[in-house]
Design a protein around this ligand. Structure first.
Ligand code: C5P
Length: 406
């Protein structure tokens, strides 16, 4: 799914630091994507970075002069490091070489970018990019740990093919991923210090070892909400049914198949400290499972006999959580096809939850867009049709407002 909740970048001043690695060529695309998201981008390059990509490229893309030298006389008071870093909302160094990380970890200030990082009042984010041996070297790992302890956000790296021909950890995150990370980083943090547990996706109920019953839930809405909760500052655990979706960064994911496994994983997460503040049940949980799944594949017999399946009820995870003595604040979902508000209100009361979110229109499964109706004790409120990521952000803002203070 394309993550379009990038509105947090609108009007933000981003100082993009480019250091001397091959991945510097990707910084040009990064600058472009940041601008597309509405950010104002000012590029500062190290001398080594200019060996990989010319400053003119960034100047043409951003429409701003590129700074490379601490002795630049274009800034009236000759203090480029102060002027540029003070007006920024964030400094993003991408790619960040092993050398840059070492410098930043030790507070060196021997070029413009390093000096700016030291003189800044805004957050610093770095996207490491280097050969896997350089990344794994204890000195680099020490420096990264030092930077993280100093409050620097470390974005990536990821594993994959490297310019040197080797494969391993050290690839810079792709520009689109970095923009999403920065957007999340700059998002308001109304859920800071809160723990949120979610279910998402379908469940799969076996008939025999190779056949089963499932549904068309893609998990997109639940994953988008998990991501938005994390961006809002929460510690997030996501119990996911079978889906091929990528785990949102920073989210703890527990994969399950059946409703019973989902139930057990949810209860185990609730029992584990620290206390869960909110439970958001987005999963399309199968209401029934086959009473006795066959241990062997059912054979098609020569006669016209068809197997007769007997079903038993699955546990209602949401209702069970809402009834616990230590129940977190609960949000349920509903896919009603008619009389949305009345049926939704009845379901909210039956499940014993303060907020029920109804999908407007029945064909939302698998789509990137949705439209929601929020139903609580006071009535209902519509969240108009939008990308699921944007809706997730709006929904998380509503949850944060309603969540009782700890
Ligand atoms: O009863 P219904 O399936 O319509 O309720 C939907 C809501 O209840 C969703 O939030 C869903 O995740 C949750 N649910 C559950 N366990 C079930 C069935 C539904 O948690 N067995």
């Amino acid at each position: 799914m394309c993550y379009t909740a990038r509105m947090n970048l609108q009007g933000k001043r981003i100082l993009l630091g480019v250091t001397g690695g091959v991945a510097a060529y990707k910084a040009a695309e990064l600058a472009r994507e940041l601008q597309r998201a509405g950010a104002h981008v000012q590029v500062v390059m190290t001398e080594a970075a200019t060996r990989f990509v010319g400053p003119v490229t960034f100047q043409a893309l951003t429409g701003e002069p590129v700074f490379t030298d601490q002795w630049d006389v274009r800034i009236a008071n000759n203090m480029a490091h102060i002027e540029l870093s003070r007006t920024a909302d964030a400094i993003l160094v991408a790619p960040a070489t092993a050398d840059f990380l070492a410098k930043a970890a030790h507070g060196l200030a021997d070029d413009l970018l390093a000096t700016m990082c030291l003189a800044r009042e805004c957050p610093l984010l770095v996207a490491p990019a280097m050969n896997r041996q350089m990344w794994l070297h204890p000195a680099t790992q020490r420096n990264v740990a030092r930077l993280a302890a100093d409050g620097v956000a470390i974005l990536g790296p990821e594993s994959g093919e490297q310019a040197c021909g080797e494969t391993g950890m050290g690839r810079m995150l792709e520009p689109a991923g970095l923009v999403d990370e920065l957007a999340d980083f700059l998002a308001p943090k109304p859920l800071a210090g809160r723990r949120v547990l979610l279910t998402a996706g379908p469940t799969y109920e076996p008939i025999d070892p190779v056949r089963g019953i499932t549904n068309l839930s893609s998990g997109k809405m639940g994953f988008a909400i998990a991501r938005a909760c994390r961006a809002a500052g929460a510690q997030v655990t996501l119990v996911a049914g079978p889906t091929a979706l990528a785990t949102p960064r920073g989210v703890t994911r527990i994969d399950v198949r059946t409703a019973q496994q989902m139930h057990d994983a949810v209860m185990a997460a609730l029992d584990a400290p620290p206390r869960t503040d909110a439970f958001v049940a987005v999963a399309a949980v199968a209401d029934w499972r086959v009473a006795s799944p066959s241990e062997r594949k059912l054979k098609k017999s020569s006669s016209h006999d068809v197997p007769k399946l007997e079903f038993v009820q699955n546990p209602d995870i949401l209702a069970t959580v809402a009834r616990r003595a230590d129940a977190p604040w609960c949000v349920g979902f509903a896919a009603e096809s008619e009389d949305l508000e009345a049926n939704g209100q009845a379901k909210r009361i039956a499940k014993g939850v303060p907020l029920l979110v109804a999908n407007i229109g029945h064909e939302t499964f698998g789509r990137d867009e949705n439209e929601l109706l929020l139903i609580d004790e006071h009535g209902s409120r519509r969240l108009p049709r939008a990308d699921k990521a944007q809706l997730a952000q709006a929904l998380v803002a509503e949850i944060a407002q309603r969540l009782p203070r700890p």
